[in-house]
Design a protein around this ligand. Structure first.
Ligand SMILES: [Zn+2]
Length: 459
C-alpha cells in the first residue's frame, strides 16, 4: 500500500476502534452501522470533492451489493446523510488527534519535510485562524455570534485556529490538528465589542496550541509565523520558553502603537534592491530594520527586532519617484514584521521572505474552504459538534491529498497528467462513479495506464 491508501486505511481503522457509544445512546435503528461507516462516508465526499459521490455509491451498492465506497474507503454500509449528520454531531473533534499523530509520524519517517527546510535545518509553522462557516439563521451551541444593533439580528460563525507547516520553497502546505475556539472558553466581557471577543477567543486558542505543542513538533526547531494579533508579550514569552523556537510575526501600527512610535523616532538600517521581474517590469524593494527595541511601553515588556519591506512595482514608462504618491502604474506593498532572530544586512532578505510565506499560505488555506466546504445541506449544521467535525474531516482530506503529491509514487504520477488539482479530482470522482476499482492505487494506476496510451497514440 502506498501513502494515500495507508493513511485512509489508518483513518478507517481509528474510526472502527472508536467506542460506538454515541450509536448505542442516540440511535437505536443504526445497529447495522459502525462508527467507521459514518466517519468514512462523510470523509469520502470531502476526499472526492463531489457532493453526489456518496449517493452514486448508495445506488450501486443497492443494485450490486458492493461499491467503491467499500473498496476505496472501507465503508461497509452507507448510512443516509441525515444519519451521518446525527452521529457525527456527537463526536468531539479531539477524537482525530490519533490520526494526526499517525500522519505526522508517517511524514517524519518518509523525510517529506526535507523540502520544507529553511535556514539551518529549521521549519516554518504558521499559526492562523480561518472562518469557515457563516450564517444569519443556522446555528449550534458551538457557534460564535455577533449581534448587529442596526438590524437587531445575530450573525453566527465558526472559526478554527490551525498550525500549518509551510515554506517559501514549495506551494504545498501541511496542516496539523486544528483547534476550535468556543464560546465557553472565554468569558465575554460586556464592554468589549464582538470583534474583540472573537479575536480574544482566537488569540487564546492560538496560545493553547503553542502551549500544548507536541515534543515531535518542537524537534523541528520551528519558527512560528503569525498575524499581528499574536505580536504580544504573552505570546512571545510562550514561544521563548523553548530554546529552539523563534517567531516572525506581522505587526501593524494600529495594534503595536508604541513600537511604531519608537521606529518613527529612530534611524533604521536600510538596504535597497532593484530587480527586473519581466521585460517591462521592475521591482524596487527597500528593506529597513532595527534590532533590540521594546515591543510595548509597559514595564514587563520584551525586546524584539523590527523589519519591513516596501515593494514598489513599476511597469512600462513609470519611474521610481519615492517622494511622489504612486501613480496608476506603480504598485506599492508594505510589510512589517517583528522577530527574535537577529537581523543583519546578510539575512534581511531571507527573513522577509520567510515572513511573507504566511501570506501565500493563507491563500492556499482559503482555497481549501472554497473548494470543499459547502456540504451543509448534505449533513446539516448539527446541534453541537457536527460542523467542527466536518471541518476536521475536510482538513484530513486536504492533508492526505497533499501527502499524495509529496510522498506517494502512484498518486503523484497519476496527478502529473493533469494541469491542476480540480481536473484531477473531477476525473477521479467521475471514474469511480462508473467503474469498479479494487483500491485507490488501482484507480490511480488506471489513470496512468490510459494517459500513457493516449500519449503514445498522439506520438
Ligand atoms: Zn454552529
Amino acid at each position: 500500500m502506498d501513502m494515500v491508501e495507508l493513511n485512509i486505511a489508518k483513518l478507517a481503522e481509528i474510526a472502527s476502534q472508536a467506542s460506538d457509544q454515541p450509536l448505542d445512546q442516540h440511535s437505536e435503528g443504526n445497529a447495522q452501522f459502525k462508527m467507521s461507516d459514518f466517519l468514512m462516508s462523510a470523509f469520502s465526499i470531502f476526499f472526492m470533492q463531489s457532493e453526489s459521490w456518496l449517493s452514486y455509491q448508495r445506488r450501486i451498492k443497492n443494485n450490486n451489493g458492493t461499491s467503491n465506497s467499500q473498496t476505496l474507503f472501507k465503508i461497509k454500509n452507507i448510512p443516509t446523510d441525515k444519519q451521518i449528520g446525527t452521529i457525527l454531531d456527537k463526536i468531539n473533534p479531539e477524537f482525530f488527534a490519533t490520526f494526526f499523530n499517525y500522519a505526522f509520524d508517517d511524514i517524519l519517517s518518509r523525510n517529506i519535510l526535507d523540502q520544507f527546510t529553511v535556514l539551518d535545518n529549521r521549519k516554518l509553522i504558521s499559526i492562523d485562524s480561518t472562518e469557515f462557516f457563516n450564517s444569519k439563521t443556522t446555528h449550534c451551541e458551538n457557534c460564535s455570534h455577533k449581534y448587529h444593533k442596526k438590524s437587531d439580528s445575530f450573525e453566527y460563525f465558526h472559526t478554527l485556529v490551525g498550525l500549518t507547516i509551510c515554506s517559501p520553497n514549495t506551494t504545498e502546505i501541511i496542516p496539523l490538528m486544528p483547534t476550535f475556539p468556543s464560546n465557553s472558553q472565554t468569558k465575554a466581557n460586556k464592554t468589549q465589542s464582538h470583534e474583540t471577543i472573537k479575536q480574544n477567543r482566537e488569540y487564546e486558542a492560538a496560545l493553547r496550541l503553542v502551549n500544548n505543542l507536541d515534543k515531535k513538533i518542537l524537534q523541528l526547531d520551528p519558527i512560528f509565523l503569525g498575524e499581528a494579533m499574536l505580536a504580544t508579550v504573552s505570546f512571545i514569552r510562550l514561544v521563548q520558553r523553548n530554546s529552539n523556537t523563534n517567531f516572525i510575526l506581522t505587526c501593524k501600527p494600529g495594534s503595536n502603537k508604541s513600537l511604531f512610535e519608537f521606529i518613527d523616532n529612530n534611524n533604521l538600517e536600510e538596504l535597497s534592491i532593484t530587480n527586473k521581474i519581466a521585460p517591462n517590469k521592475l521591482e524596487k524593494i527597500t528593506y529597513k530594520w532595527l534590532n533590540n527595541i521594546p515591543l510595548t511601553d509597559s514595564q514587563d515588556c520584551v525586546t524584539v527586532n523590527f523589519m519591513s519591506a516596501e515593494v514598489v512595482k513599476l511597469t512600462n514608462n513609470s519611474k521610481i519617484k519615492s517622494h511622489k504618491p504612486p501613480d496608476n502604474s506603480i504598485k506599492t506593498n508594505n510589510h512589517s514584521f517583528i522577530t527574535d532572530i537577529e537581523i543583519t544586512k546578510d539575512n534581511i532578505q531571507t527573513l522577509i521572505k520567510l515572513g511573507l510565506t504566511n501570506w501565500r499560505k493563507k491563500s492556499s488555506f482559503n482555497s481549501l474552504k472554497t473548494r470543499g466546504y459547502n456540504f451543509e445541506h448534505n449533513f446539516g449544521h448539527g446541534k453541537s459538534n457536527l460542523t467542527n467535525v466536518l471541518a476536521t474531516l475536510l482538513i484530513i482530506a486536504f492533508l492526505i491529498h497533499t501527502l499524495g503529491r509529496l510522498g506517494d509514487t502512484v498518486y503523484s504520477k497519476a496527478f502529473s497528467y493533469f494541469q491542476n488539482f480540480s481536473w484531477f479530482i473531477n476525473d477521479t470522482a467521475s471514474l469511480s462513479k462508473y467503474l469498479d476499482f479494487k483500491s485507490l492505487t488501482c484507480l490511480y494506476d488506471f489513470i496512468i495506464e490510459k494517459s500513457e496510451q493516449n500519449k503514445s497514440k498522439k506520438s
